[in-house]
Write a protein that binds this ligand. Structure first.
Ligand SMILES: [Zn+2]
Length: 255
């Protein structure tokens, strides 16, 4: 059966007989492993579609659970991300995150569209690369059904408006409980020995809600302050480990 789908290459590896397995995140079939005799250095137009950071339309022959690449047409090449080291590292971390969270053949159209939105924003942006990445992560948590609760205290259910009215702002976030805590509940959680509780200096409700409510293109212009970003990174990294069992790829360069 011949199938056609948009997709973006996550990685590839060589196998025997000069063939490769290309792992593609496709819009219609989720993450799939596709065999091909082509390589990205080839002269054909389809070869261009095998390069990293390329959004293409793939024509694939499917037979008994095996996929083989028939042809491809480039929709958009984000190859320019490779021309800037910070942009390149952010794109690579994002691809690594996708590869470790996506399961084979699980259709994720929302996350696919968000991935294209991410690359569009990253390519246009001149700064704020990591803010765009964190905004992507939070939106993806929502799509994976593990969005932190920011509308009410996860323990007592007190609405966020009431917490803000009583204590100024939300001061605590519990990774293991999966959302914000009011000041009363945080005391109980801590005395019960709960350790994955953060008390960020910024308003985590506002930041997460802003990420959810705005398209990624907004963050081409609006970035988080470095101190906020560092704290958020720590929280997100614990959160991702707890709920999705993934490690946030290392940030070895100060973006
Ligand atoms: Zn509470």
């Amino acid at each position: 059966m011949l199938i056609t789908t948009e997709g973006i290459v996550l990685r590839q590896r060589k196998i025997a007989n000069n063939r490769r397995i290309i792992v593609i995140f496709t819009r219609n079939y989720g993450k799939i492993s596709v065999g091909t005799g082509m390589n990205e250095r080839g002269k054909s137009k389809a070869a261009l579609a095998l390069r990293p950071f390329t959004y293409a339309e793939y024509e694939i022959f499917k037979n008994r659970g095996y996929y083989n690449l028939n042809g491809a047409t480039v929709r958009q090449s984000y190859y320019s991300v490779g021309e800037d080291i910070d942009r390149f590292l952010t794109a690579s971390r994002m691809i690594e995150y996708l590869d470790s969270t996506l399961e084979e053949e699980q259709v994720r159209q929302g996350e696919f569209d968000l991935t294209i939105e991410f690359f569009d924003a990253l390519t246009r942006a001149r700064q704020n690369y990591s803010t765009i990445f964190y905004a992507f992560l939070v939106k993806s948590l929502r799509m994976n059904g593990v969005m932190p609760e920011i509308g009410r205290c996860v323990d007592c259910g007190k609405p966020v408006e009431q917490i803000k009215a009583e204590q100024g702002r939300v001061r605590s976030f519990s990774v293991s409980a999966g959302g914000i805590l009011c000041d009363n509940c945080v005391i109980q959680e801590k005395s019960a020995g709960e350790t994955l509780i953060f008390s960020p200096d910024f308003d985590i409700v506002d930041v997460l809600a802003y990420f959810v409510d705005h398209p990624l293109s907004v963050f081409e212009r609006i970035g988080l302050k470095p101190a906020v970003e560092a704290e958020l990174r720590q929280i997100l990294s614990e959160y991702l480990r707890f709920y999705l069992d993934v490690n946030l790829p290392e940030q070895d360069i100060n973006l």
